[in-house]
Write a protein that binds this ligand. Structure first.
Ligand code: PRP
Length: 217
């Protein structure tokens, strides 16, 4: 019996699409469909020829931490979190799931760039926001928010936000508009450096399986 390979998967917007991809790649993901309160889930390979996976569902920043520190060999997290958090791992595959982009947004009609006043920008991504604004030549105070940043300008907490935008519905429904956009984002498969040395063939096979599953979508 092969040792399972542990994979951390970001909960939320990517989870369902990632599960569907693993199923197409031949993994039995029924344990993830009804996870209950269990935190580690066995994902056997359907014909038993490849090593099984063991999935951990966690918040995206924890996925990056687990893979960097080697407690999970593999991880699936958004490029947004990967850029914000950084870390030491290989980014092996663009899974092209959860496509979105970073944007600077403000209330429609706001004079964000015109005004010389002190500016406050709310974000879940302070490092990204700092670099983004500095590239635009904007000196702003960054306010870290954990939940919906779109609320910050509505409450008067900030003059703008830096956040990910997927459909744009959240901005639209709250009267915000995009001022600037930056790079496109999607989910990536990341691999722990030592785990890749130790289990390279198995991990390469798994990556090939995921690539095939992606192409068959
Ligand atoms: C993200 C992001 C926006 C929203 C954008 O939050 O922070 O609030 O999605 O998506 P849209 O352009 O399709 O409206 P997410 O739903 O991931 O939840 P979170 O606030 O819990 O991070």
């Amino acid at each position: 019996m092969n040792n399972p390979i542990r994979i951390a998967i970001a909960k939320g917007r990517l989870e369902k699409q990632c599960r569907a991809l693993l199923v197409r790649a031949g993994y039995d993901c029924s344990a993830l469909e009804t996870p209950g309160r269990r935190l580690i889930h066995p994902l056997p390979f359907q014909d038993g020829t490849s090593p099984p996976l063991e999935a951990v569902l966690s918040k995206a920043p924890d996925v990056v931490t687990y893979v960097s520190r080697g407690v999970c060999a593999l991880g699936v997290a958004g490029k947004d979190t990967i850029i914000e958090q950084g870390g030491s791992f290989y980014e092996m595959l663009d899974l092209k799931l959860g496509a979105c982009r970073f944007a600077l947004a403000a209330m429609a009609g706001s004079a964000f760039f015109e005004s010389a006043e002190h500016k406050r920008v709310a974000t879940k991504y302070p490092e990204v926001a700092r670099r983004f604004l500095s590239g635009l030549g904007v000196d702003a105070e960054i306010i870290r928010i954990e939940g919906s940043c779109e609320l910050a300008p509505l409450l008067g907490l900030s003059d703008a936000i830096v956040d990910i935008v997927e459909t744009g519905d959240t901005l639209r429904e709250n009267g915000l508009v995009i001022l600037r956009e930056m790079l496109p984002l999607s989910a990536r498969l990341i691999v722990n450096v030592a785990a890749y040395k130790l289990r390279r063939n198995e991990i390469d096979n798994l990556i090939e399986g995921l690539k095939g599953a992606k192409e068959s979508c």
